[in-house]
Design a binder for this molecule. Structure first.
Ligand code: HMH
Length: 221
């Protein structure tokens, strides 16, 4: 029988918080078709800004993987993620024009600004690879699990949002997230307790930021 991994332990221990991010009311409203299109448009504009900040963060992870990873294949997994980010930026532009959202006039909301600052803090060279890759995995995994849940049987996704759900809920993105998770578990299996507990804090911070991010779709408090 396989040993329990670090990420398994966290997901068990923090299940409620994690579900708060992956089963957020905004996500549930997409799944059941009750979503407010103005919420969706707000999310779309904010996420475009977030993804633009996510690119340099991904680049910093790529650099760290080359310098600090013991496994050469990490770089390929991360590079694959960056390639899909390139597509994603174009998808956002296309989607925004479909929904008449002007990306150049989107004002980043508070939760978004905070999340982007968090990413920036993780780009510091002082943040070691295991911690940075943990946050990177968690960020991708929350979206993957959220949108995969939308696609599960019995959904009533509005046809206009089907593509959005497939973008993060598709099997390929799922496999990519599992590869990231395997990297995290491999890194943390041999890390000190101090590194593991720091990584856990980053994991929880990501989950909190993701909840706040979804909350933005309902409008600024
Ligand atoms: C806020 N989290 C947020 N936006 C995204 N696009 C992802 C995660 C996944 O890339």
């Amino acid at each position: 029988t396989a040993k329990t991994t670090v990420t398994e332990t966290w997901l068990r221990k923090h299940r409620l918080q994690y579900n708060g991010a992956t089963r957020h009311p905004f996500i549930l409203s997409i799944r059941d078709g009750s979503v407010n299109f103005s919420s969706f448009k707000r999310w779309l504009g904010q996420d475009y800004i977030f993804v633009r900040s996510f690119v340099p963060f991904a680049a910093s992870i790529l650099m760290k993987s080359c310098k600090e990873s013991s496994d050469e294949s990490d770089m390929e997994v991360i590079l694959g993620g960056m390639a899909s980010l390139n597509e994603e930026i174009n998808w956002f532009k296309n989607e925004a024009s479909k929904f008449h959202v002007s990306l150049t006039s989107v004002v980043p909301q508070n939760a978004n600004v905070k999340y982007c600052k968090f990413l920036e803090s993780l780009m510091s060279p002082e943040i070691e690879y295991p911690m940075a890759i943990t946050a990177f995995w968690a960020i991708e995994a929350v979206y993957q699990e959220s949108f995969a849940h939308c696609l599960e049987e019995g959904n009533s996704i509005p046809q206009e949002l089907q593509e959005t759900c497939e973008r993060w809920g598709n099997a390929g993105f799922g496999a990519y997230c599992r590869s990231l998770r395997d990297i995290v578990d491999r890194c943390l299996q041999k890390a000190s307790l101090e590194v593991v507990s720091k990584a856990e804090v980053f994991f929880l911070s990501v989950v909190e930021h993701e909840v706040e991010f979804w909350n933005m779709s309902f409008g600024e408090a």
